[in-house]
Write a protein of this length. Structure first.
Length: 401
């Protein structure tokens, strides 16, 4: 008898189960619109040219070594990452009120942030948007938080339930943490407008709710990293506190490098220093210090004006391609006379369309058309190309008629 005979079989993690099912499907028409990665027009993995160029430079750089980074990561990476989020002229940075630690991508940043809050913040309730990214609840339940939700998506309009959001945050427990997505909301593709963000900010500051921003798509929504992080900057410019989990997975196509950062904006430099000292104690028993390669790539790109500009041009091209397939899919459904109002396909932003297809319709599309996507109807638009749009439109048409 095994010492582990009591270990029960855990259910699959949905997004990985979809990926595995896709892999074993022998159909030549199969289409993977599940996991959130940006693909080329032909559905192939996408390496940014500027990333290739940075890697070549690093290979030839004799001063590069592989010794341990500090617990908090690469100092220059942290500085450049903070500037990317808060802006180069940010008073919070200049006043040393921002603590930044390099983390294992967005996931690691959220996890370290949640653990830090679990240990050092007085309120152990977190509010998540309804719906939200599937891994969000896990970070906070692992840190011992009570999970609550705030209304976000309105199925009738396929847009924002702004009144529901205001009502729920308005009646939230004072001091609670609110997880917000800076832009390109996953899974809905629905973001508040600037005016709505301003109202959210006022309400949250009034109720002393602590904002924790998940910033995984900065630049992949509008093509401008500055524009896509505007909500974060609004909250920082009022002088109040917040946390930001930043990821380079999607924005630089560095998924498997696991590179990102956690920023904690404080009211005073002394506080930021203490916060950083405690973050070190959270990180040390988990993985001691972060990996160096992704940080070197990002630093190489962000510190050089030409490489930065090259990145921006590539980001813009990625956004334009997503906008094109949005329009193509909308047009294809229109031509087919597919029942329903599909205007949300072009209204929603970022990588995802929250299609409104239900679980049965998605199951039908997988069975009959070998199209793989999350059961909530989320479509990764960046997995589509002009060649596959008609096939998806056929499948959606068949699913709803
Ligand atoms: N947050 C959001 C909103 C995401 O969509 C993702 C990736 N799907 C992540 C965080 C985490 O990704 P990573 O750890 O690769 O940054």
């Amino acid at each position: 008898e095994s010492l582990f005979h009591n270990v029960p079989l855990a259910p699959d993690v949905p997004v990985y189960a979809v990926m595995a099912a896709y892999k074993t499907d022998p159909s030549p028409n199969k289409l993977n619109l599940g996991i959130g990665v940006y693909r080329t027009e032909d559905g192939q993995p996408h390496m940014l040219n500027v990333v290739r160029r940075a890697e070549q430079m690093l290979v030839n750089e004799l001063s590069v070594d592989k010794e341990y980074l500090p617990i908090t990561g690469m100092a220059e990476f942290n500085k450049l990452s903070a500037k990317l989020v808060f802006g180069p002229e940010s008073p919070a940075i200049k006043e040393s009120r921002v603590t930044t630690v390099q983390c294992l991508s967005g996931t690691g940043s959220l996890r370290i942030g949640a653990d830090f809050l679990g240990k050092h913040y007085h309120q152990h309730t977190v509010y998540l948007s309804q719906p939200t990214y599937g891994n969000h609840p896990n970070f906070f339940s692992a840190a011992g938080f009570a999970l609550k939700t705030y209304r976000y998506y309105d199925a009738k309009t396929c847009g924002l339930d702004f009144q529901g959001l205001l009502d729920d945050l308005g009646s939230a427990t004072t001091g609670a943490i609110v997880l917000l997505q800076a832009s390109g909301h996953n899974p809905t593709g629905v973001d508040p407008t600037s005016q709505q963000w301003e109202q959210i900010r006022q309400l949250m500051r009034l109720k002393r709710l602590l904002p924790f921003f998940d910033c995984a798509y900065q630049g992949l929504v509008s093509g401008s990293p500055n524009a896509d992080v505007e909500p974060v900057r609004m909250f920082v410019s009022d002088g109040g506190e917040c946390l930001v989990a930043q990821s380079y997975s999607k924005t630089m196509g560095l998924y498997a490098e696991r590179i990102g950062a956690l920023h904690i904006v404080c009211k005073k430099a002394e506080v930021a220093r203490c916060v950083e000292s405690q973050l070190r104690l959270v990180i040390r028993p988990m993985y001691s210090s972060p990996p160096i390669h992704g940080a070197s790539i990002v630093t190489t790109i962000l510190r050089d004006r030409d490489m930065y500009n090259e990145w921006i041009i590539e980001l813009k091209a990625m956004c334009d391609r997503i906008a094109r397939v949005r329009q193509q899919l909308f047009d294809a459904l229109h031509v087919r006379g597919t029942p329903g109002n599909w205007s949300h396909i072009t209204r929603q932003v970022g990588m995802y369309t929250f299609s409104g297809l239900n679980e049965e319709q998605v199951a039908f599309m997988t069975k009959e058309y070998h199209i793989y996507m999350s059961s909530d109807g989320r479509i990764n638009m960046a997995g589509l190309g002009s060649k596959t749009v008609p096939y998806l439109a056929d499948a959606m048409h068949a699913a709803v008629t």
